[in-house]
Design a protein around this ligand. Structure first.
Ligand SMILES: [Zn+2]
Length: 323
């Protein structure tokens, strides 16, 4: 999701109410809701042998979805487990930890944080007892130091009391370029990327099955959110295309096997956005004019388009006006 971003849409109004205004009146209801959510087993799909994915919903983070709007995965080797992102709050992270325990008794040795956004890493606190190595991009720690408190406030506002226990948990190991981790008979290749979706994107390739988990370097169905660099993201797409993957688990959207064609829709949207913003700039137009026009032809192709496209235009305008 986007850097700024727990938006107050229609569906999250109740979350805002519960978080800030009427805690007394709706706390019992929230407790009941929390119990209900905790009782529901996490829905997991084993997309390749030993790779289990919880698919996020195409919505903003709310108390109803516990912030589970991004795809979260864990990969099981013969000696241990790597968790690839931890979800949007500690309560959901605990549900993920329980779900892992139902699949394997092996220890969680690694917690990979794909990037700074709260829908991906705010379940970290649920893994404290495992004392895993928490691995992120070399720039993740700085991004978390700059934004962590702000994001935590946003999560608390959206989830209310259900955000209890959610904390900013920094990485313990930084990846500047590439790192391979061994789960026992299974190697994961972690790649740090130049600025694209954010300035701290880390992708994971499971060498055993050829499964690529690029996190938010790939959005499918849900409108891509630019929080780094539009040109950088287009370059990252070109780099991702060269990875010979058998399937891809995007940061948002379904797991698919048509690789690298899975990149095409996002590539098309970002190029459309770039070309439209450049055209406005060339004509001497304003940012407001760009917001009204850029990317509009893509409107019917993406979920949450009106929430994210205007912000993307603003970000792209600021980047491209200095070309
Ligand atoms: Zn993101």
């Amino acid at each position: 999701m986007h850097g700024g971003a727990v938006q107050q849409t229609g569906t999250s109004r109740r979350a805002l109410c519960c978080g800030t205004l009427t805690a007394l009146c709706c706390l019992p209801a929230l407790r009941a809701q929390a119990a209900l959510l905790a009782d529901q087993p996490l829905a997991l799909a084993e997309v390749a042998p030993g790779i289990h994915v919880s698919q996020g919903v195409h919505a903003e983070a709310t108390a109803d979805n516990l912030g589970a709007i991004a795809n979260i995965a864990f990969i099981v080797g013969s000696a241990g487990v790597a968790v690839l992102d931890s979800g949007g709050c500690a309560l959901w992270g605990r549900r993920l930890r329980e779900a892992i325990g139902r699949v394997t008794p092996l220890p969680v040795r690694y917690l990979v944080n794909s990037h700074v956004h709260p829908d991906h890493i705010f379940g970290n606190a649920a893994f404290r007892a495992d004392t895993p190595e928490i691995i992120g991009h070399a720039k993740l720690a700085a991004a978390l130091a700059a934004r962590g408190a702000f994001y935590l406030d946003k999560v608390k506002a959206a989830l209310g009391p259900l955000a209890a226990g959610t904390e900013v948990v920094p990485p313990t190991r930084a990846v500047a370029d590439r790192l391979e981790i061994d789960l026992g008979g299974r190697t994961l290749r972690l790649q740090a990327h130049p600025t694209a979706h954010t300035d701290n994107d880390l992708s994971v390739l499971d060498l055993a099955t050829g499964t690529l988990l690029p996190a938010d370097l790939l959005f499918m169905q849900r409108t891509p959110a630019i929080d780094g660099s539009l040109n950088g993201w287009l370059a990252a797409i070109d780099a991702l295309r060269r990875i010979p993957a058998a399937r891809v688990v995007p940061g948002h959207g379904p797991t698919v096997a048509d690789w690298p064609a899975a990149l095409d829709a996002q590539d098309r949207y970002l190029r459309r956005l770039r070309d439209d913003v450049r055209a406005v700039l060339k004509a001497g137009g304003t940012m407001e004019q760009a917001v009204d026009s850029a990317g509009r032809s893509e409107q019917g192709q993406w979920r949450l388009f009106d929430d994210y496209n205007p912000r993307n235009v603003v970000t792209a305008f600021a980047e491209l006006e200095w070309e």
